[in-house]
Design a protein around this ligand. Structure first.
Ligand SMILES: Nc1ncnc2c1ncn2[C@@H]1O[C@H](COP(=O)(O)OP(=O)(O)OP(=O)(O)O)[C@@H](O)[C@H]1O
Ligand SMILES: [Mg+2]
Length: 409
């Protein structure tokens, strides 16, 4: 899948900009605040119908303008040319068009053209709260499976209605029996969400751990555990069938009924799930000499050491975990859809050391995914890239830079 061309009108600091991407590796160079991240954001928006950083779509509209317009021309795996358009007015929802035809459902939009975004903000996956990790999983799975997003949307709707009913019951004399109908729907859609998350998470985990090991060497590993709120204690696994999950969900929902009524909100369900990220170290056995002298029965020395990455990991470790998760996202999308997602790397040189950058670019170039990389300084990246297009962004104008050569040319 290749993005051949993009048009940005009144998007962030862009007024009217058209740019072609003839190569698969595109290095986007420019000083601070020129529009590098905004260009990647536009590409990501066309693929996923959401921004990686904006809280409200209106933030994307150029100041004092009434709306933005984006158009991307892509070539898919079958060599068909597809046009994607996104338009947003200050008031109202954004509209999406594929080949000129209006698309009414976000669930049908996502997954056609996949993208993976890695930026300094990706650290939030490790440092942020559970909602960040759920968002990551939800978008990843939605790109792979459109049924998942439909179930998630239905679940969120039922959840909202159940919460309203809980508040009504608390405030008025509305009958409690009305809850049963909502519980049934909540369990139905919620179970589908949990089961899919468990299945995908299990595969994601393997890719992420393998990447982490390659990034840091053998001295340290990663443990990733999905934590469903309906059944604490890791008792649900990939092999948990729908009936088992539904049973647990039902039991937890009934057990928390009183608490839910008091709070006026639902305390169990996939909207409260999380995944735990831990750093794992083997016991230290440095030299053969030390090892011989060491008392084997000392429990301290034989125990595998685990610590929660969010609380105890260093900045470098947390960044590496975020990178390992993002690479796993990329590999998993590729593995399950057979298609390469577009890869967007924002400001990686400020984030990662040479070893990690080298590994990241090696993986990407082996996958042959179309890649867009932003940087303020092209030099260190040119060394690792094979024949990139080099584009310069200056005050929201993009031009090709002639006369730069990568080391591999
Ligand atoms: N809605 C908007 N309307 C107009 N300008 C905006 C809007 N949103 C952001 N900007 C401006 O767009 C400019 C470009 O932002 P962007 O994040 O793309 O910069 P960048 O090139 O990635 O810079 P850096 O190297 O600092 O990350 C900034 O000056 C920012 O203030
Ligand atoms: Mg930026």
């Amino acid at each position: 899948m290749l993005l051949n061309r993009i048009v940005l009108r009144n998007f962030r600091n862009y007024i009217d900009c058209e740019v072609d991407f003839p190569q698969s590796v595109n290095l986007i160079v420019g000083g601070n605040a020129q529009g590098k991240t905004s260009l990647l954001e536009a590409i990501y928006f066309l693929c996923t119908a959401e921004s990686h950083r904006a809280t409200h779509d209106a933030e994307l509209i150029r100041h004092h303008e009434s709306g933005f317009y984006l158009k991307g021309t892509l070539r898919n795996g079958r060599n068909d040319i597809v046009s994607l358009e996104a338009l947003k007015r200050t008031r109202g929802q954004f509209t999406l068009k594929k080949n000129g035809i209006l698309q009414t459902k976000r669930s049908e939009w996502i997954g056609q053209f996949n993208a993976v975004f890695f930026s300094p903000e990706s650290l939030i996956l490790v440092k942020g709260g559970p909602s960040e990790r759920r968002r990551f999983l939800d978008l990843l799975i939605s790109q792979i499976n459109s049924e998942y997003l439909k179930n998630l949307q239905k679940y969120n709707l039922v959840l909202k209605q159940r919460n309203e009913l809980l508040k009504q019951i608390r405030a008025t004399s509305t009958s409690i029996t009305q809850l049963d109908a909502w519980n049934k729907l909540l369990v139905m859609h919620g179970t589908a969400v949990i089961v899919k998350r468990l299945e995908i998470f299990d595969q994601l985990k393997d890719f992420a751990i393998a990447n982490y090991l390659k990034l840091v060497g053998a001295q340290e590993s990663l443990a990733l555990t999905y934590r469903p709120a309906v059944m604490p204690g890791d008792m649900l696994t990939r092999n948990s069938d729908i009936d088992k999950v539904a049973k647990h969900f039902n039991t937890s929902l009934n057990a928390s009924r009183e608490a839910d009524l008091q709070r006026g909100s639902t305390s169990v369900g996939p909207h409260r799930d999380d995944f735990l990220i831990e750093l794992v170290r083997e016991p230290k056995r440095t030299t053969a000499h030390n090892h011989r002298e060491h008392n084997e029965s000392d429990p301290q020395e034989t125990e595998i050491f685990r610590e929660v990455a969010r609380s105890y990991g260093s900045q470098g470790q947390q960044r590496t975990i975020a990178l390992a998760l993002k690479l796993a996202e990329l590999e998993l999308i590729r593995h399950l859809t057979g298609k390469d997602p577009i890869v967007l790397l924002d400001d990686v040189t400020s984030e990662l050391d040479d070893r990690r950058i080298k590994y990241l670019l090696q993986v990407l170039q082996n996958l042959s995914a179309q890649t867009f990389i932003t940087t303020t300084d092209a030099e260190p990246l040119l060394y690792y890239l094979k024949q990139p297009s080099v584009l310069t962004v200056e005050n929201a104008n993009i031009s090709y830079t002639i006369g730069v050569h990568s080391a591999s040319e």
